[in-house]
Design a protein around this ligand. Sequence first.
Ligand code: NAD
Ligand code: DAU
Length: 339
Amino acid sequence: MNIIVTGGAGFIGANFVYYEIAKHPEDRIIVIDKLTYAGNLQTLAPLEGKVNYRFIRADICDKDAIEDIFAQEKPDIVVNFAAESHVDRSIENPQVFLETNIIGTSILMDACRRHEVSRFHQVSTDEVYGDLPLDRPDLFFTENTPLHTSSPYSSSKASADLLTLAYHRTYGLPVTISRCSNNYGYYQFPEKLIPLMIINALHDKPLPVYGEGINVRDWLYVEDHCKAIDLIMRNAEPGEVYNVGGHNEMRNIDIVKLILKYLDKPESLITYVTDRKGHDLRYAIDPAKIHEDLGWLPETTFDKGIQKTIKWYLENQSWWEPIISGEYRDYYEKMYGNR
Ligand code: NAD
Ligand code: DAU
C-alpha cells in the first residue's frame, strides 16, 4: 500500500513513520511536510534513500502541489498529522491555525475524493472536548462527549473533525478520526511541557509552571498512540471516531518534580508564572471503545516512558541544541520574558 503521512517531520508524525516502516516494511511511506518551525528533517534523515520512503516538502494548503503528489503517488491511505499544534502559539496568532488545521484538512480530503483514496485518517485531540472539573475524578471524555473547545487551537481541531465527518456523510469519504490525550517521547519540540522542563533543568534554568501547576493532563507514550492509529486506519469502520488514552492522569507540578528528581536537580528551579489564558483544567480519556473494538491497550507505563524520554534528551543534545539556539530563543523570550 502507498501511505501518505502529512506532518511526518513533526513529533508524532515522525514517530509514526518509524513505527510503520518497522511494522509494515511492505508498504511505501510518502511524507508531506511544510517544514514549519516544528518540522525537522534531521529527525527523518536515517530514512533517506530507502526504497519504501519518500519525503516531499509541501504545504497541505497548496491545492496544486497536493493534487500533483496524489496523481504521482496514488495513495491508498492518507493520515493527517500536519497541524499547528501548540496552544500558546494559537493564543498569540490564531490565523495560521485556521489555515492549516481547517483549510488544509479540507484540501487533503478533496484530493482523497478525487483520487478515491480508501481511507483518510484525521489525527485529532482530546482537546476538542474542552475540559473536565478537577473535583470530579469520576468523569471521562467518551466519543459521545459534546465538542466544547477553549482555545483557537482546539477550536480549529474540532472544526476539522466536524468537516471530516461531514465529508463522510455528504460524499461517502471513508474517514476515521482518533482523539488522543497528551503525548510524550522522542523528537518532541522543546516548546511542549515535558521537553521544555527537561532542557531547562539541564541548563539549571527556571522551570515555568503555569498558575498553581494543578492542571491535569492524561499522558500517553507516543509509540502507543502510533499503534492505535495504525490499528484504526487499517481496521476500523469508515465514519468511526476513537478516543485514545491510557488512564494516566497527572498534575503538571508532579511531572515537573519527577523530571527534577530523575535529573537530580533542585525543586528551587520551579518558578510559578502567569497562567495560560483559558487554561483547560483536566483532560481524561475513556479508551473503552478502542479496547473493545480493536484490542488496543497501552504498553509503556509512564514511569518507564518518562525515563526513556529523559535518557533520549540527554543522549541526543545534537538534535535539540540547534533548535534552542535558533529562532526558538526569540519565541522563548517573547512567551516567558515578562511572565
Ligand atoms: P508538531 O507541531 O510536532 O508537528 C506538526 C508537523 O506538521 C510539523 O512537522 C510541521 O512542519 C507540519 N506542518 C505544519 N503545518 C503544515 C502545513 N500547512 N502543511 C504541511 N505540513 C505542515 O505536532 P505533533 O505534536 O506531532 O502533533 C501532530 C498531530 O497530532 C496534530 O494534528 C495534533 O493536533 C495531534 N495531537 C497531538 C498531541 C500531542 O500531545 N502532541 C496529542 C493529540 C493529538
Ligand atoms: O491533549 C492533547 C494536546 O496536548 C494536543 O492536542 C496538543 O497538540 C499538545 O500540545 C498538548 O496540549 P497541552 O496544552 O496540554 O500541552 P503543553 O505541553 O503545551 O502543556 C501541558 C500542560 O503544561 C498544560 O496544562 C500547560 C502546562 N505548561 C506548559 C508549558 C509549555 C506549563 O505549566 N508550563 C509551560 O511552560
